[in-house]
Design a protein around this ligand. Structure first.
Ligand code: C2O
Ligand code: CU
Ligand code: CU
Length: 532
């Protein structure tokens, strides 16, 4: 993982790190009176599986060309654990995660998103952030389909939020290959708060090619949405604030408790056969290091093997065997776990050394044995030879003129500055993310999919001082489990990460940003425009 010898710091779950890199006012010290997830009995709640959304009118009924849905965004109370009090959340259709939308490649659907939130936010808004809007309604929202090839007017542009009492009609053409996408809030200046409150759901694009592979499906295909949260003693969501009450923003959020589909330490009964797990890291800022273990105690990470068959934008060329998987915010992994030799046993999914999900393998199964195909999908490599443009894009930390609040900037620009990235539709570009910081940033572009070219060390001090890019070591190719289509890439610390992107799809205004939501809300997001 550390092939080029660069020192790497990640925001690891359960704090083996570096809140460190010195950004922003230090978070207020966590109160000793906060809730400890270790005070509850583990593995007593079954894993909740989000229900599949039901359409108001399926495609083809009468004169309807596309399936129509209405999803209402509202406040709810939900028990994350048997022995905890109900916790307040905001959720799509009153669920956290929201209902899973199942779509077929090439078949458009329409969703009316209805904002039925109460007037006030229950998390601390920082009005000094750009677009956080002191005069606007607090409970504003806009929905983005992450990974979707969606026309700009339906893509959830951060400034197109709508207040309680209003709704937005969006159209998703689904002109893309099978993949697990997800929808979430993207409102300017408060995305981190709305997402932390629970505004997320899965969106599965299916296609006939993937079906022909006969992968585990039905009860053997399990969605896993991961996010960490902290709770107060009343079991309500707690979010840290800085010591400056006028500017409560903190640079990074790490929760005390890792929830799986909204549950704390759940279990899942499985049959002794092959399972497919569709995993999303929806943390605000934590990178998870997943492993599989026979051992529930927090001593070592797991060492059992599992396979990854897909990434953000669908299947890999072939399955990759893993013992640990790093997943940054916004990234997805399509995993296969083989329980067939495990009848009657227990297994645990861990991040670091913490077991957070228990598998209870039944004694016998009637599920027919499946063998994974050798080749999963042909992934055409984008050639480096027909590049219209290479963009060098810096990721830097910035102290503002008061010397108080620090921000993180993309290419030294703020959100409201003129658009500088205007790729032409149909062309292919290389984007080189030059990360000058000691922290990894998961970089995401809307509307497109891309491939990772390489990661390479550079002279960081020189770049910081002169913006001159001098590479200091050989390139590291993407890991085998990154060699598919991606829409979010880890820009590792003090490294240049290059991606190759073809701007296929729609013209219009989109955004690119860091998917650490605290960063995204504080200037680490920029508009870009695909032009004719
Ligand atoms: Cu999932 Cu613009 O993000
Ligand atoms: Cu997105
Ligand atoms: Cu970031």
């Amino acid at each position: 993982m550390n092939r080029n010898g660069t020192r790497r710091k990640f925001l690891d779950f359960f704090g083996n790190i570096a809140l460190a890199a010195g950004f922003g006012p230090q978070p207020a010290r966590r109160s000793l009176l906060s809730f400890s997830p270790y005070s509850v009995k583990r593995f007593v709640d079954p894993l909740a599986i989000p229900p599949v959304a039901r359409s108001l009118a399926p495609a083809g009924s009468g004169r309807v060309k596309e399936a129509r849905y209405r999803i209402t965004i509202r406040e709810l109370y939900m028990k994350v654990h048997r022995d905890m009090k109900p916790t307040r959340f905001w959720g799509y259709d009153g669920l956290v995660p929201g209902p899973t939308i199942e779509a077929e490649s090439g078949e458009p659907i329409a969703i009316e998103w209805v904002n039925a939130l109460p007037g006030r936010h229950f998390l601390p808004i920082d009005y000094t952030l750009h677009g956080a809007g002191e005069n606007g309604p607090e409970a504003r929202t806009v929905v983005h389909l992450h990974g979707g090839r969606t026309p700009p007017e339906s893509d959830g542009y951060p400034e197109r939020w709508f207040p309680p009492g209003q709704s937005a009609r969006c159209r998703y053409p689904n002109g893309q290959e099978a993949a697990m996408l997800f929808y979430h809030d993207h409102a300017m200046g408060i995305t981190r708060l709305n997402c932390l409150a629970g505004l997320v759901g899965l969106f599965l694009v299916r296609d006939s090619y993937e079906r022909s592979l006969n992968l585990p499906s039905g009860a053997q295909e399990i969605p896993i949405v991961l996010f960490d949260r902290s709770f107060d003693l009343e079991h309500q969501l707690a979010y840290p604030v800085s010591s400056d009450p006028a500017a409560p923003w903190v640079a990074d959020f790490l929760g005390d408790a890792l929830l799986v589909n909204g549950k704390l330490f759940p279990f899942l009964e499985v049959e002794p056969c092959l399972y497919r797990f569709r995993v999303l890291n929806f943390s605000n800022g934590a990178v998870y290091r997943l492993s599989l273990s026979e051992d529930k105690y927090p001593i070592t990470p797991g060492s059992e093997s599992f396979a990854q068959i897909g990434t953000d934008q669908g299947l890999l060329p072939s399955a990759v065997n893993l013992r640990t998987l790093m997943l940054a915010p916004g990234e997805r992994a399509d995993l296969i776990i083989d329980f067939s030799q495990r009848a009657g046993q227990e297994l645990f999914l861990k991040t670091g050394v913490i077991a957070f999900l228990q598998f209870r393998v039944k004694a016998a199964t009637a599920v027919p044995r499946i063998t994974l195909p050798e080749r999963l999908r042909r992934v055409e490599r984008l050639a480096e030879t027909s590049i219209a443009q290479t963009r060098i894009l810096s990721l830097t930390a910035k102290v503002d003129t008061r010397g108080v609040q620090r921000q993180m900037l993309l290419n030294d620009a703020r959100w409201h500055m003129p658009i500088t990235e205007k790729p032409k539709r149909g062309t292919t570009e290389i984007w080189a993310f030059v990360n000058t910081m000691e922290e990894a940033h998961p970089m995401h572009l809307h509307m497109v999919r891309f491939q990772i070219l390489d990661r390479r060390p550079f002279d960081v001090d020189r770049f910081r001082n002169t913006r001159e890019l001098i590479l200091t070591g050989p390139p590291t190719p993407p890991a085998p489990n990154e060699e598919g289509w991606k829409d979010t890439v880890r820009a590792d610390p003090m490294v240049v990460t290059r991606i190759v992107v073809r701007f296929e799809g729609f013209i219009g205004r989109y955004v690119w940003h860091c998917h650490i939501l605290e960063h995204e809300d504080n200037e680490m997001m920029r508009p870009y425009e695909i032009v004719e």
